[in-house]
Design a protein around this ligand. Sequence first.
Ligand code: ADP
Ligand code: MG
Length: 238
Amino acid sequence: MGSITLENVNKSFGEVQVIPDISLDIRDGEFVVFVGPSGCGKSTLLRLIAGLEDTTKGRILLDGQDVTKAPPARRGLAMVFQSYALYPHMTVRDNIAFPLKMAKAPREVIDQKVEYAARTLNLSSYLDRRPRALSGGQRQRVAIGRAIVREPKAFLFDEPLSNLDAALRVNMRLEITELHQQLKTTMIYVTHDQVEAMTMADRIVVLNAGRVEQFGSPLELYKQPANRFVAGFIGSPK
Ligand code: ADP
Ligand code: MG
């Protein structure tokens, strides 16, 4: 299970209120994209869900359980960073296995989960390589593999493709949506790219200056944008 609820979440850094008041209900198994211009609070919102930032006010629930004060490790979520967050001195196998080793999982469990992640991501023949001997797309898949082995309730992606070239980005989008269809795990995907949002999401949260302008399916946003900001951002004809 992996439903995520935000209740009147507020986040301020000192005097600066970055997120005034957000409430959201993300269903188990949904692919939700947070989209909006740079600086609108996408990463902050994701980090609040992950537990990497504390809320100033409000509550965060996972599967109905209040995790507002729970540290990241207790939330059962996996954040996928950009591929450059891999350990360069470790093999692909050890990079993927890293969270399991930290959790002191038994050797057989580690091997089995790493094999599964590698098969799922077409990395089986690259397990003994180091990141520098991989393509950009393969590195990104290793970063995702490191999340898969944790069997999270939800995957949280923060602009994971932004340092890949355009052609590769299109491929990786497809791979991530295919992965979602296969795993059926909740995914939240942050991007400033409208095309990414429209092509990948079940539902899109359009953010602007820390506020939700609209939360709906790509078709709803396109056909019935809530306001000019959404229309302009999505590029719909309103
Ligand atoms: P986005 O990911 O949409 O580009 P962010 O969530 O990174 O936006 O940032 C939203 C706003 O919060 C920005 O104005 C940013 O400068 C500010 N901000 C983010 N993190 C911090 C922090 N640790 N301290 C102070 N301000 C921050
Ligand atoms: Mg960001």
